[in-house]
Ligand binder design. Structure first.
Ligand code: ATP
Length: 221
């Protein structure tokens, strides 16, 4: 059987049980051998995260410490420039070889913005895209993304059959947790217990992250 690798990128500011449970559901349902969690260094399409990439990566590391398949991948931090998924996929293709099936995982919220990504049409040269539905986000019926989606859409079996080139949509349970909610609760001095791993919750408290009074420096400063 060909190796199946998944790449799940995000700001992870902070990582939470919504991300982690999704990653595990995908491993179990689609049989990925590895699920790489890739914190972005400097995101292209949103404001700079309030917390430096090294700290966001450390929280991912703490969150997946005991998992055999979920792994922190720091390549976007090491690159030190604006984070492009295309570079990440191209590097992985180089490392994994021609036989590996590679999938870039993203929520529907992220997929809707895909036409603004750097050289987005080339992503499928290096891997598949797996789109997870998220409440409140629906595919448009017209436009370039709709046309791209119609042309490349396939069902999940394609991840075994081909190494790259298709878009798979999955209607998988997503926990209603967002990093925004965790930051807001923390800034208000309220508990975030049960929304994220305890190790990450403690790290946030120890370093005073997201507290209203102590803004972190950003990656660009
Ligand atoms: P924020 O609230 O800061 O926007 P977020 O919780 O959405 O953050 P990101 O790091 O921006 O987290 O998300 C990375 C990826 O994880 C995106 O593709 C997003 O769609 C997906 N994602 C985020 N939260 C969930 C969730 N609860 N369930 C499933 N997928 C999620």
């Amino acid at each position: 059987m060909r190796p199946k690798v998944a790449v799940f990128g995000g700001t992870f500011n902070p990582i939470h049980h919504g991300h982690l449970r999704l990653a595990l559901d995908l491993v179990q349902q689609l049989g990925f051998d590895q699920m790489l969690l890739v914190p972005c260094h400097i995101p292209m399409h949103r404001e700079d995260p309030s917390v430096a990439s090294q700290r966001r990566a450390r929280m991912v590391e703490l969150a997946v410490a005991s998992s055999p398949t979920l792994k922190l991948d720091t390549r976007e931090l090491k690159r030190g420039s604006v984070s492009y998924s295309l570079d990440t996929l191209a590097e992985l293709r180089q490392e994994q070889g021609r036989e590996a099936s590679i999938s870039l995982i993203m929520g529907m919220d992220a997929y809707l913005g895909l036409p603004r990504w750097h050289r987005w049409l080339e992503l499928l040269k290096y891997g598949h895209i797996v789109v997870i539905s998220r409440p409140g986000y629906v595919m448009p019926e017209d436009g370039e993304l709709a046309a791209f989606d119609r042309e490349h859409r396939a069902d999940a079996k394609v991840l075994e059959q081909a190494v790259a080139g298709r878009v798979v949509h999955l209607d998988i349970r997503a926990l209603a947790i967002s990093a925004t909610e965790i930051r807001t609760l923390t800034a208000a001095g309220l508990s975030t217990r049960y929304l994220l791993p305890e190790t990450v919750r403690r790290y946030i408290a120890e370093h005073g992250l997201y507290a209203a009074r102590a803004p972190e420096t950003t990656d660009k400063s």
